[in-house]
Design a protein around this ligand. Structure first.
Ligand code: ZN
Length: 103
């Protein structure tokens, strides 16, 4: 069990419903829901994903990306498929390393 801290205010995040996970280049960052909204309004948004990767929309996107990746990998665009596969892999990683800790 490890503690999850907010990138913005450095306080601990204890409630999964208050957790926002987003990607920052090849890493994942965690925020409180309210801190994430504030961050979105600042310059940092240039480097952050536009939307959280957790929650329902994140899950749907990860599943769609996984299906698309499989189609691409089995077709003539294998390399592109590997790139698309990054989305569900990050989703899985975020769940494994962060969300699991709050369950
Ligand atoms: Zn915070």
């Amino acid at each position: 069990m490890k503690n999850i801290y907010c990138e913005k205010c450095s306080a601990e995040i204890t409630d999964k419903s208050n957790l926002v996970i987003t990607t920052y280049f090849l890493t994942v960052k965690t925020y409180h829901d309210s801190c994430y909204s504030k961050t979105l309004k600042s310059w940092e948004t240039l480097f952050l994903g536009n939307e959280p990767i957790n929650g329902t929309s994140g899950n749907v996107k990860a599943i769609l990306a996984f299906v698309l990746a499989m189609i691409l990998i089995l077709g003539p665009y294998a390399l592109l498929g590997v790139v698309v596969l990054y989305i569900p892999l990050m989703r899985l990683y975020a769940w494994y390393s962060i969300e699991r800790q709050l369950e």
